[in-house]
Design a protein around this ligand. Structure first.
Ligand code: SAM
Length: 381
C-alpha cells in the first residue's frame, strides 16, 4: 500500500465515522498526519528538488539580510548580553544557518550571547538541522512546538518565520443567500465530495468581523484560525523584542476582495500549481495566502505593535540585499557563478514572476520604544 492510499483510507474511515469533517481537518491530515502528511513523511524536499522554492533556497543573501535586521533589533534592545533568536517552522535549518553564519562573521559580540531556538513540528528534521548547524552547535537548542507559548518558555529577542503561516490548515467558507456557510469534506460514491453547512465554530464569523470583511454572494474564502492562535502563543512567550513574519499574502481588503471569488487555496506538486486538494494526498503541498491584517489586529490586542509591513522586495532592498549580493559576486571567481548570483537577486526582488511583491514582511514589537530598523530606511538612503 502506498502512503497515498494509506492516507486516503485513513481519511475515508475518519469521514465515514463523523459524516463529514471541516476542510481544515482534511488539510491538517494531508500536511501533518504522522508519517504520511506532506510535511511529516520521510524524504520531503523543499527547493529545487522539491515541489516549491522558498526564498531561502534561492540564495544565502536572503538569510544574511534577515541577519542584518536581527543585529539591528539587538541594538534597538540596547545590545543585551543575551539575545534569543527563535525560528518557527525551521524546516531543514537552512535559513537559521545563513543567519548564524552572518552573525558569527559580522556581529561577534551579539553572536557570543546568542541563543538560537528552533521550533519545528516535524521532529525528524532535527537531524538535518543539527548537521547543517554543526558549527553553531553551542548556540543551538530545540523547543517542541507544544511548549512554545506556555509558561515553560519565554524569551527576549526576535521570533522569525518564513512560510510558516501559509502552511497552517484553513477553514473554507462561502457566502450564500442564507448567510455565511462552511465547506465540509464528505463522502459521495466512495470518493471525497464537498458540502456546505453551518459554521463549525463561531470563531470563523468573529475572525471576519474583526477585520470588517463581508463576502459577496457566491464568494469563497479561507479563514486561517490557526494563524492568530499561533501569534497568541508567540505573544505569551515574547517578553521583549520582535516578531518577524515572512510569507506570501495580502492585507485583508486585497485578500478578500470581490474579484478573488474562489479564495487563494492552491496545491503545489513538482513546481506546478494544481487546484485539486483531493488528489495526491500527502504528496502535494496545500497552502493559502496569508491575511496580514488579521495578524496585525490580533497582534495589537496581544500587545504587539506593528512596526513595519510591506513587500519583501522593499524589505530586502532597504535592509541591504544589494550589498550582500555585491559581496557574494566579489567572492565568486567564475562568470557563470556571478550570473547565478545576479539571477538570484532578480528572483528575490522582482515583482513580476519573482518573489518580490507577493511575499510580504511584517514586523511587530513588544516593549521597544520607537525602534529604528534597517527596513525603515529609504531605499538607497
Ligand atoms: C512551508 S514549510 C517552510 C519551511 C522553511 N521555513 C522554508 O521557508 O523553507 C513550513 C514548515 O513549518 C512547519 N510547521 C507547521 N506548523 C508548525 C508549528 N505550529 N510550529 C512549528 N513548525 C510548524 C512544517 O512542519 C514545515 O516544516
Amino acid at each position: 500500500m502506498t502512503d497515498d492510499t494509506q492516507l486516503h483510507d485513513i481519511l475515508i474511515k475518519r469521514i465515514a465515522a463523523a459524516g463529514r469533517i471541516t476542510f481544515a481537518s482534511f488539510m491538517e491530515a494531508c500536511l501533518y498526519e504522522p508519517g504520511l502528511g506532506y510535511y511529516t513523511s520521510p524524504g520531503r524536499k523543499v527547493g529545487a528538488e522539491g515541489d516549491f522554492y522558498t526564498s531561502i533556497s534561492v540564495h544565502a543573501a536572503f538569510g544574511r539580510v534577515i541577519a542584518r535586521e536581527t543585529a539591528q533589533m539587538w541594538r534597538c534592545l540596547g545590545s543585551p548580553a543575551t539575545f534569543t533568536l527563535v525560528e518557527c517552522g525551521a524546516g531543514n535549518g537552512r535559513l537559521a544557518c545563513d543567519i548564524m553564519d552572518y552573525l558569527a562573521e559580522r556581529e561577534p559580540e551579539m553572536y557570543a550571547g546568542l541563543d538560537l531556538v528552533l521550533v519545528e513540528r516535524e521532529p525528524s528534521l532535527q537531524a538535518a538541522q543539527a548537521e547543517l548547524l554543526a558549527r553553531h552547535r553551542e548556540r543551538l537548542r530545540w523547543l517542541p512546538p507544544e511548549i512554545f507559548g506556555t509558561d515553560g518558555f519565554s524569551f527576549s529577542g526576535c521570533l522569525y518565520s518564513n512560510e510558516l503561516i501559509d502552511a497552517l490548515p484553513v477553514h473554507r467558507v462561502v457566502m450564500t443567500p442564507e448567510g455565511l456557510r462552511e465547506i465540509y469534506v464528505t463522502l459521495r460514491d466512495g470518493g471525497f465530495a464537498e458540502e456546505m453547512g453551518a459554521l463549525s465554530t463561531p470563531a470563523i464569523a468573529a475572525y471576519l468581523e474583526r477585520i470588517k470583511v463581508t463576502l459577496l454572494p457566491g464568494q469563497q474564502a479561507e479563514v486561517n484560525l490557526a494563524a492568530p492562535e499561533w501569534l497568541a502563543a508567540a505573544a505569551r512567550s515574547l517578553q521583549r523584542g520582535f516578531v518577524l513574519t515572512i510569507d506570501y499574502g495580502y492585507p485583508a481588503e486585497e485578500l478578500y476582495a470581490p474579484q478573488r471569488k474562489q479564495g487563494t487555496l492552491l496545491c503545489y506538486y513538482r513546481h506546478q500549481v494544481e487546484d485539486d486538494p483531493y488528489v495526491r494526498l500527502g504528496r502535494q503541498d496545500i497552502t493559502s495566502h496569508v491575511d496580514f491584517t488579521s495578524l496585525m489586529r490580533r497582534g495589537e490586542e496581544l500587545g504587539l505593535e506593528p512596526v513595519w509591513f510591506g513587500e519583501q522586495c522593499r524589505f530586502l532592498l532597504s535592509a541591504g540585499i544589494v550589498e550582500e549580493i555585491e559581496e557574494s559576486e566579489r567572492s565568486t571567481a567564475s562568470e557563470k557563478e556571478k550570473l547565478k548570483v545576479r539571477l538570484a537577486l532578480k528572483k528575490l526582488i522582482m515583482p513580476e514572476g519573482g518573489m518580490g511583491d507577493t511575499f510580504r514582511v511584517l514586523i511587530q514589537a513588544r516593549g521597544v520604544e520607537s525602534p529604528r530598523l534597517l527596513c525603515q530606511r529609504r531605499i538607497g538612503g
